[in-house]
Write a protein that binds this ligand. Structure first.
Ligand SMILES: N[C@@H](CCC(=O)N[C@@H](CS)C(=O)NCC(=O)O)C(=O)O
Length: 91
C-alpha cells in the first residue's frame, strides 16, 4: 500500500506486558503520530477483531484504515515502526 493514500484511522493492538509492544509504542511516541491504543487484554472485542480480521493473535499489530475503506493489518514491531516513521516523514 502506498502511503500517498489518505489514511483515515490508525490503531495499535497491544497489551501492557508485551515487550515488543512497549518498544513499538515508544518509537511511535517519538514520531508524534496519533494512533488509537487498543489493549486486547482489557477489551475482548479488540482481541476478537485482531484474530478474526487481522488473522492471528499476535501483538503488536497496526490496523491501517484508508479513506477508501480498505483496511490493512500490519504485524511485526519492526515493520510497524518503519511504517509509522515513514508515515510521519511524509505527512
Ligand atoms: N516478531 C514479533 C514478536 C511479537 C510477539 O512475540 N508478541 C507476543 C507478545 S510479546 C504475542 O503476541 N504472543 C501471542 C499471544 O500473546 O497470544 C514482533 O516483533 O512483533
Amino acid at each position: 500500500m502506498s502511503q500517498a493514500t489518505t489514511i483515515k484511522h490508525l490503531s495499535l493492538y497491544h497489551y501492557d506486558s508485551c515487550p515488543f509492544c512497549l518498544m513499538t509504542k515508544a518509537a511511535i511516541k517519538k514520531t508524534k503520530v496519533n494512533i488509537e491504543q487498543r489493549n486486547i487484554q482489557k477489551n475482548r472485542a479488540f482481541e476478537k477483531q485482531l484474530v478474526q480480521q487481522g488473522g492471528k493473535r499476535q501483538v503488536p499489530c497496526l490496523r491501517i484504515e484508508e479513506s477508501n475503506g480498505e483496511v490493512r493489518w500490519l504485524y511485526e514491531s519492526r515493520d510497524i515502526i518503519a511504517w509509522v516513521q515513514e508515515y510521519a516523514r511524509s505527512n
